[in-house]
Write a protein that binds this ligand. Sequence first.
Ligand SMILES: Cc1cc2nc3c(=O)[nH]c(=O)nc-3n(C[C@H](O)[C@H](O)[C@H](O)COP(=O)(O)OP(=O)(O)OC[C@H]3O[C@@H](n4cnc5c(N)ncnc54)[C@H](O)[C@@H]3O)c2cc1C
Length: 629
Amino acid sequence: MPPALLNTDTKLHPVHQESGIPEFDVFIAGSGPIGATFARLLVNAGHNVIMTEIGDQDTRVPAAHKKNEIEYQKDIDRFVKVIQGALSTVSIPTSSTVVPTLDPSAWVANDPKQMIITNGRNTFQAEHNNLGAEAVTRGVGGMSTHWTCATPEFLKGIERPKIFPDSEAKDDEEWKLLYQAARTLIGTSEHEFDHSIRHNVVLKALQEAYPDRGVKALPLACHRIAEGSPYVQWHSAENVFEDMFTDPNKKNADGMKRGFFRLLTNTRCTRFALEANTHPYKIGAAEVKDLLLDRLFPDPSLTPNFYIRAKVYITAAGAVATPQILAKSGFGGNRGSDGIIPNLGTHITEQPMTFCQIVLRQNLVDDIAKNLPQKPDWWRKAVEHHIAAHGKTDPLPIPFHDPEPQVTIPASKDFPWHTQIHRDAFSYGEVGPRVDSRVVVDLRFFAMQPGVRKNRIVFEDDISDAYGMPQPTFEYTPSREAALAATRMMNDMTDVANKLGGYLPDSNPQFMTPGLALHLGGTVRAGHGSELDESVANYNSQVWHFSNLYVGGNGVIPTPFGANPTLTSICMAMRSAYKIHQDLKAKNLTPALPDKDVITPTPKEWLAWAFNKDDPNFPNHNRTLHRHV
Ligand SMILES: Cc1cc2nc3c(=O)[nH]c(=O)nc-3n(C[C@H](O)[C@H](O)[C@H](O)COP(=O)(O)OP(=O)(O)OC[C@H]3O[C@@H](n4cnc5c(N)ncnc54)[C@H](O)[C@@H]3O)c2cc1C
């Protein structure tokens, strides 16, 4: 498919007229936490930004975490269904039209070898090398409206990409700055579960069993609503947008008014159109489709397709849709010739995942109410109060509202996998009425797979997904080394599980369907000038050979990783936003050229808002508590 070129017949989107801005500074596809990071930093620096989101706003406040609703705070298992509903599987192999148990008089295909191809089934997808559970979430806030909020740092030397490969000190310094700012932006803490009995039981048992493995609280983007409260506020893209929707006139620390910002929902970024004869390549417009106009006013004289024009274009549509938009633009990633982005979708990374649930050991539970005077005050009071109020009917000494455990054994060189030892909701693993949820602990272990060329996501020219974009097909097989590491991880998980309790029936140790971690990486991977033949963008997340095209999200991460990637992707986006800011300020769009690839440290001033509580843009996570309207 040749690259899409600017077409003078396509109308400009009405937002240009409504805003009075003929050309925006920045166009962003996708309203997840990464698109939000780009938007916040650039708008606060005075640039005007237009963002489009293919999905709708389905929370009262844009991009809010749905788990904050009281219904799920009271019963975490109910949230499993919300996650299931939010996930659309990316690629489903075709299936047989023959259903052996169907009434024999019902319709059957003439040729029983024919397959069912509707409902997102992909004729190109093989069973054996699929990421069968890889999914996307369409809606304002993206996947952060349901994520677990685990925000660990990547392990240096294995997971953490090398922005400055020639200087370890410079690289450490850059990551320290980026991680600190990212943690403040998303509001990460390791102390919100300090006053949970179960958390301390699990933490202590594992610290005693594995004194050298750095067992600690899982870093989570959330805050406890008040001391002693059973409720936390989970953070999401809402916290990144913060007051962008409500305070358009806010000024930054330099007294500069924030730039215009508008989010267009139900608006698909279809593709980018190149300005003709530009080398380095220059995007002239983003072609968008107004899905509401298309659905509600199907007037053939009204086309729902528009151009949005901007100086700089960012694709932050998730690890699948980011390369998908570039493939639809005719830049590469399909089965034909290489295209102008030859590595699009190659070298993908995935996380083999193991899971089990245990019921805590008798002695661990019994110890909770023993030697109470030696326990911390809050613990003693909570247990005494619980036993006094419910001791006659409740067989457990654990208060009903005791927060859940949130523990991790961080990845290390000897144990290169990420671990979550906690109680939380995913698209699987609800406890239901089988057993009291207070004594159940979930173990989720995530291994790593380095990116290799043959592991890829391909975008089909001939079939489309449900949203009219090229259908993705996965070709992924774990390498031998990664496969062996996954076995070691399984053994480690069972060892850890045995320290804590016995397996919950039906939740025995198991490998999960590939893709289930939802941490697909490498689809638009970053690289240095010397890695041109395996990368899509440079370490400013700027696509090679383009002067005004940037990518964001987990797809940019080129390294294998087991840890949850969103915090690191926020870091990469904050770096990239600085490069964009510099170009816009200088009115000079400098291209990403491998032979002239100069990567510089992010200046501390760019992220100063994150280090000064008096800065007007210092993140205030408390403002996201909503009252009645
Ligand atoms: C159950 C679950 C648990 C998770 N737990 C964690 C965790 O603990 N820690 C962690 O780090 N990560 C976790 N994740 C993953 C995390 O949510 C993602 O890493 C993160 O949301 C990625 O941010 P993003 O902005 O790059 O992409 P997304 O959040 O996927 O947002 C992309 C947005 O782009 C939109 N879009 C797609 N195509 C188009 C188009 N053509 N035009 C316009 N818009 C488009 C989508 O609708 C979406 O809203 C979890 C996810 C799930 C579902």
